[in-house]
Design a protein around this ligand. Sequence first.
Ligand code: PLP
Length: 356
Amino acid sequence: MERPHNFSAGPCILPLEVFEKASQSVIDLDNSGLSILEISHRSTAFVGIIEKARELALEHLNLQGKGYKALFLQGGASLQFLMTAYNLLEKKAGYLDTGTWSSNAIKEANNFGETEVLASSKSSNYNYIPKDFSIPEGLDYLHYTSNNTIYGTQMKTFPKKANTPLVCDMSSDIFSRQLDYSQFDLIYAGAQKNMGPAGATLVVVKEDILGKVSRAIPSMMDYQLMIKRESMFNTPPVFSVYVSMLNLEWLSRNGGVPSIEKKNQAKADLIYSEIDRNPLFEGFTALEDRSMMNATFSLKEKQLGPKFDELWKASHINGLSGHRSVGGYRASMYNALTLDSVKVLVDVMKHFEKTA
Ligand code: PLP
């Protein structure tokens, strides 16, 4: 059966070879005769898997030997909205409000202390990244969302202040581009875009920012305890961790982040050049803030929608409809989506221009 060109925003867009190996492991993990789902999470085999996953995560972010620990936790990025605040917020934290996920993070942090929204693009439905803001002295940390999955904006630079820890939600663009990841003190990401199946959440944290708040932290929320127990304080989401490891190995075999960034850039250049060229379409976001992962656009004449929808669906394209808070279309182009799939979409757009 031909696989559709999957432009869906998630969850879990992975290369076919990773799905194949993962499905085999459900029956028989590496010729052990046992399923990945039934081996003990304390077995040598699984401990090896989670250690490898942690090591690869740090390696791909170029953070090995720099004082960071990688954790595989549960609860999704949404739990990290409060876990970061629980562990780091004593008095006041600064947030940039660039979309639904940022505003959810702000809402959760407000349970633990004061937040200051340094700038927000809410009044223009989050179609740009605010750049005109200053960072006050004395914040416990500064929080950014690197890629705004729903709106299709992506931060290219990350203003910071000396001595203020930088926290970043990278759920929808982790492992997709080269950055100086050491500028961040804590990175978190739900697995389910560029890493693996939903269920695991990656947290990469610089150990020396922890242990500074005065409140007592419940065990399941305590980064220091999770580090001490090597992400195994309780039963980890074994399948999600295993498939994340397979996918991080796939990334290594394919040239790592530098190589995937080039491919992601080529995909983004292709779709955005068609959005700009084709008189029937218009992009949603400010040009300089366009995301390499999620391209949002719409038809200038909304009544042409049903005809365009018919065309892309007939071309084995899946998941192109925009999020309800933006409308239009969203082409999500995570690491596993190929340039050929983007070419198919662009050909559909060109064909539509001729026949509409
Ligand atoms: N942050 C971003 C940028 C996201 O895209 C999402 C989900 O798509 C979330 C947070 C929420 O993640 P989760 O569903 O893992 O809680």
